[in-house]
Ligand binder design. Structure first.
Ligand code: HEC
Ligand code: HEC
Ligand code: HEC
Ligand code: HEC
Ligand code: HEC
Length: 462
């Protein structure tokens, strides 16, 4: 029987090609699998090749084999005038039993190989390098921002898909369309935000975060530099009432995501303009708030508020030029003793460039020219600091602006600050005229606001 099988294989070209394909891809698959298990990191492309392309070819090979045998049998039958197209299985014959065992063993082996390949294929497609690098240009802004964020070690799929089969299938369906869109250059630039079919954040973020655990207040201190010659430094400090459960009280900023609070709102597509809102308080009372502007007839973006309504940039964070320079100056990446570096930095960052390479080169040129022309002495003494500052400005540009994707300063707004909160606070009112509060002490205590040497910081950190 086994001999018959092999004889049947070589007798027709289709089965022969199928066998060759299956054997070759299987050998290659096992080799690459072993090599990669031993720790060789081949990157996303090798992963796609090993775990997606090879298994597809392997299955194609396997399918070709019976097709070839069937066609051959049909041909033989026609030749001999014999009507029987299907082989007769007689389990009393030892030959048949042996053949059956070989067949079952081979099939089991194939199933194991395919299962391993499927598992790895899923891993590869969900890996951050796959999401971030396979579609280089398209995902470059998100990937770059992700690499620099507190979530750099969290995979794209952990937030975008989350656990369980349902969202996995949804993500793979939309992912397949995305691959087509990328291949045919059909994707929009910039990629629009918000993502309307993102899995509810409570099911993804809460795998790791528990809003009830953010108890108490969060101190935020930041330095702002003025565009004067001395780059005068001012400090701002706020104590944010982040909230959470303390004892049995649950209040503060994370009050919105209490299990017993429901906030549903109607907005435009961008979620920047909120028309009306329905809030169910812990005691069950329902309050409706409305903006001064009537919702247009076709407004249909309804949504239950969750983490992403404030933390829409937990990982794809982009700075504005001023914030980027301030941060770099306060951490010493840009030397704050260079005269006018804040003003000049703003000037070069707010210029438009065609590419990151052009931006870096032009910024280097502009900054060195400025000091050579305006500060001939400093130009020599501090040439290392000037070069470092120019390089850092080039970096700030390159991680926030992506000309190829039309992502510019501020293309993606951040809702975790005033602009986000004030979409509701201070804007929406009940029919009786009661508003959602906007007084300055409601969300935080402002300890110091752009002061040169705030007393309070000396007290906290003498
Ligand atoms: C910590 C969670 C998290 C991780 C990790 C994450 N994302 Fe996102 N991503 C989000 C959220 C939240 C949004 C914004 C959703 C919204 O506003 O509707 C978003 C938006 C996007 C967008 C739409 C454009 C935009 O900026 O709003 C793209 C594209 C994207 N992510 C790709 C990726 C890729 C690629 C990775 C991995 C390199 C990744 N994401 C990792 C949470 C995450
Ligand atoms: C797989 C685990 C994981 C998931 C899922 C996750 N995070 Fe995080 N998150 C982290 C880790 C780790 C940190 C970094 C903590 C640190 O550096 O102190 C972090 C930090 C944060 C911070 C503080 C950032 C800062 O500026 O210090 C916020 C806000 C946050 N996450 C929100 C979210 C939101 C919103 C989501 C869902 C869209 C989410 N996270 C999903 C693990 C996760
Ligand atoms: C009403 C807006 C809002 C909502 C909704 C919200 N947060 Fe926050 N959250 C904030 C603000 C504001 C801060 C403090 C400043 C910051 O980190 O941006 C914060 C801080 C955090 C931090 C950092 C805390 C720390 O101690 O550093 C984490 C983690 C976090 N939120 C997770 C979540 C998760 C998870 C959800 C959803 C279950 C959520 N938040 C819902 C506004 C919100
Ligand atoms: C989608 C609308 C909406 C957004 C956006 C929003 N809030 Fe609220 N917030 C509300 C509503 C509604 C209440 C309840 C007001 C009331 O009880 O009168 C509330 C209440 C609060 C409270 C009081 C909670 C308590 O202890 O009772 C704080 C603090 C707060 N918000 C802070 C913020 C901050 C900070 C942001 C931005 C990061 C923000 N909110 C964004 C709708 C919103
Ligand atoms: C609805 C809540 C809310 C209200 C009301 C509010 N703020 Fe804020 N404010 C925030 C949040 C959230 C942040 C933190 C933003 C961040 O971390 O980027 C903040 C930050 C600040 C900062 C720090 C500066 C900075 O750039 O980070 C100052 C100063 C400030 N607020 C002043 C005020 C003043 C003045 C008022 C009254 C007109 C006010 N805030 C009302 C939520 C609020």
């Amino acid at each position: 029987m086994a001999r018959h099988f092999f004889a049947a294989l070589v007798r027709n070209t289709i089965s022969l090609i199928g066998t060759a394909l299956a054997v070759a891809t299987l050998t290659l698959f096992i080799t690459l699998f072993v090599v990669q298990s031993l720790g060789l990191e081949g990157g996303a492309y090798l992963g796609i090749f090993t775990f997606i392309l090879l298994p597809l070819l392997f299955v194609t090979g396997l399918i070709l084999i019976p097709i070839g045998i069937h066609r051959e049998n049909k041909r033989l039958a026609a030749h001999t005038g014999d009507g029987a197209h299907f082989p007769v299985f007689d389990l009393n014959s030892e030959k048949t039993r042996k053949g059956l065992i070989i067949f079952v063993a081979l099939t089991l082996f194939n199933i194991v190989v395919l299962a391993a390949a499927t598992f790895e294929a899923v891993e590869v497609m969900d890996s951050t390098p796959f999401c971030g690098t396979v579609c280089h240009t398209v995902m470059q802004p998100e990937y770059t921002a992700h690499q620099r964020s507190p979530h750099a070690r969290v995979d794209c799929a952990d937030c975008h898909i989350g656990p369980g089969a349902e969202w996995f299938v949804k993500a793979k369906i939309s992912g397949s369309w995305q691959l087509v869109a990328v291949a045919l250059n059909l994707y929009p630039t910039p990629i629009p935000t918000p993502i309307h079919n993102l899995r509810p954040a409570r099911e993804t973020c809460e795998q790791c975060h528990w809003p009830t655990n953010h108890v108490g207040d969060l101190l935020r201190v930041k330095s702002v530099y003025q565009p004067d010659e001395a780059n005068s430094e001012y400090k701002t400090a706020v104590l944010l009432k982040v909230g959470g459960i303390a004892g049995r009280e649950y209040s503060g900023i994370h009050w919105h995501v209490r299990q017993d609070v429901q906030i549903n709102y109607l907005s435009d597509e961008s979620r920047e303009k909120i028309y009306e809102l329905e809030m169910t308080a812990p005691d069950g009372t329902v309050t409706v708030y409305k903006g001064s502007e009537e919702a247009p007839e076709d407004a249909n973006h309804r949504r239950a508020m969750d983490c992403v309504d404030c933390h829409n940039r937990p990982t794809h964070r982009y700075q504005l030029p001023g914030d980027g320079i301030d941060k770099a100056m306060s951490t010493g990446l840009i030397d704050k003793t260079l005269p006018f570096i804040k003003r000049e930095g703003l000037r070069v960052l707010q210029t438009s460039y065609d590419s990151h390479e052009q931006a870096r080169a032009q910024i280097q040129q502009d900054i060195t020219d400025f000091y050579r022309e305006q500060y001939p002495g400093i130009d020599d003494d501090k040439s290392a600091e000037i070069n470092a500052a120019a390089a850092e400005l080039g970096d700030i540009y390159s991680v926030n602006v992506f000309p190829a994707m039309k992502v510019d300063w501020g293309t993606y707004p951040d809702h975790s600050g005033h602009d986000g909160c004030f979409r509701c606070h201070g804007r929406l009112k009940t029919a009786e005229g009661k508003g959602i509060p906007r007084n300055c002490g409601f969300c935080h205590t402002v300890l110091a606001w752009e002061e040169q040497d705030p007393e309070i910081l000396k007290t906290i950190n003498p």
